[in-house]
Design a protein around this ligand. Structure first.
Ligand SMILES: Cc1ncc(COP(=O)(O)O)c(C=O)c1O
Length: 478
């Protein structure tokens, strides 16, 4: 494709994307395809001849769009907000268009230095001190893995440069809430700690916070048994109920036991942009590393996960490689982001965030986040006031966790009912919610925060939930 062909197709594509966003509200929220249906609609063997761009657009409409759950739909309340603000989409297109190669500062100085600037802008917007140094990783899972690798090396004084964990005299232990995201356990396993040395602490109270006294007990017990507490992962905004671990109290315990503290604020970190919500993150300055994903609620295109560390030298000491073909005369004087994470080659990750901050502006982003918080609080009040319905966790931010509890329903019947009414909502195509286990019992999460969601969308979904619950109430089905 030459630049003139690209220009023509590109205009058509931008029109197509704009039209898709305009009509997203008319599509069924949840994908209706059956497993294998997209596969069956596509040729099994690759093409030999060039296709016209119109054929690609046709396939987008005929095969790809029906094969999607529409996260940009105003009644998408599933999982977590995964907004892709159009300002940020332009940044992502630019990154692809420039095709810059991020393997070393020299290969694309602007790629590195713009990322330094944007990470620092985000630090300032989040109210974090100057002691944090950031990079953009692909996700919070990667950030947690990197944090636990650094913690491992800190606890063993650089065992990777000797025999690794296999040469260590006693095992290292990791601690998090049982409500922490599955990526924490995954990171602990991948970093070699082993599931026997991962402590999942029961969350306490209705707000489901990690209990710092219980953490202290668990760490003391491990030390008494000859194990070495290496890392604690505190969650700020759990996936299930948006619970906040008390970071300050957890940090004090972690420090006393000599453990590294990582804060996972993947979804809820966007609330750092709102000064009135920063109290939820009290103590965050005491952590060794932290991560949050602008690619969730804030609305930057996916694979924009901010990872901040206190001590970049410690991080680089664990992650750095030094192949001869990447060396240059400026080494030592510049940031080499390949040494801050796992991949070598990176695209121009910062552009989508840079565009969003400049084209939308932080104040508009804050307004939207506050709108979503107001919607969640209002829905929470409606649910709490409605007979037969209960809020199963406090509404801390934008997630509302609910159950409909018909009279006389036993626990197993209630689980079946919860799944049934949620599925009825999702199958309707008019809204999308996520069922999730809380203490081994099903509840439903209404995660508010899609960019186009207005109060009418929340209210209509609440009506739909009530209708679905009424028609699936045991003894009253159909
Ligand atoms: C609290 C928390 N941590 C981590 C993750 C994983 O994030 P990522 O997909 O960026 O790896 C999620 C995703 O939902 C999350 O809610």
């Amino acid at each position: 494709m030459d630049p003139e062909e690209f220009r023509r197709a590109g205009h058509e594509l931008v029109d197509w994307i704009a039209d898709y966003r305009l009509r997203a509200a008319t599509l069924p929220v949840r994908a209706r395809v059956r497993p294998g249906e997209v596969l069956g609609a596509l040729p099994a063997s690759p093409p030999e001849e060039a296709a016209a761009f119109a054929e690609i657009l046709h396939d987008l409409d005929a095969v790809v769009v029906p094969g999607l759950t529409h996260t940009q739909h105003p009644r998408n309340f599933a999982w977590f907000p995964s907004n892709a603000s159009l300002s940020s989409v332009l940044g992502d297109i630019t990154a692809a268009g420039l095709g810059a190669l991020g393997i070393t500062w020299q290969s694309a100085p602007a790629l590195t230095e713009l990322e330094q600037v944007v990470c620092d802008w985000m630090r300032q917007l989040a109210g974090l001190s100057e002691g944090w140094h950031g990079t953009i990783l692909d996700g919070a899972s990667a950030a947690c893995l990197v944090a636990l690798l650094v913690a491992r090396e800190r606890a063993t004084d650089g065992s990777q440069r000797r025999s690794g964990l296999q040469g260590e005299p006693s095992p290292l232990t990791v601690y998090c809430s049982a409500d922490a995201h599955s990526s924490v356990a995954k990171a602990a396993l991948l970093a070699g700690y082993g599931s026997d040395h991962l402590r999942l602490l029961a969350p306490a109270g209705p707000a489901r916070c990690m209990d710092a006294a219980k953490l202290d007990e668990a760490m003391s017990a491990d030390r008494a048994a000859g194990r070495r507490p290496a890392a604690v992962v505190a969650t700020a905004g759990t996936t299930g109920t948006t619970g906040f671990d008390p970071i300050g109290a957890v940090a004090e315990v972690a420090r006393r036991h000599g453990a590294f503290l990582h804060v996972d604020a993947a979804m809820a970190g966007a609330a750092l942009l709102l000064p009135e919500h920063r109290h939820l993150f009290e103590g965050i300055e005491e952590a060794d590393s932290l991560c949050w994903n602008p690619h969730k609620w804030m609305g930057t295109v996916l694979e924009t996960s901010l990872f901040y560390v206190r001590d970049p030298a410690e991080l680089v000491g664990v992650m750095a490689t030094d192949p001869s073909y990447l060396r240059s005369s400026v080494d030592g004087a510049v940031v080499q982001y390949r040494d801050w994470g796992i991949p070598l080659g990176r695209r121009f990750r910062a552009l989508k965030l840079w565009y969003q901050l400049r084209l939308d502006g932080p104040e508009a982003i804050r307004r939207r986040l506050r709108r979503d918080l107001a919607h969640a609080a209002r829905l929470g009040e409606l649910v709490a006031a409605e007979p037969g319905w209960e809020l199963v966790a406090p509404v801390q931010l934008q997630t509302v966790c609910v159950r409909h509890v018909p009279d006389g329903c036993g626990p197993d019947e209630l689980d079946a009912h919860t799944l049934a009414w949620c599925e009825a909502v999702n199958a309707s195509g008019q809204a999308h919610l996520t069922p999730s286990l809380l203490d081994k019992r099903w509840m439903v999460r209404v995660s508010i925060g899609a960019e186009p969601t207005e109060w009418d969308d929340v209210e209509a979904t609440w009506r739909l939930m009530q209708e679905a619950a009424a028609t699936t109430t045991p003894g009253r089905e159909g």
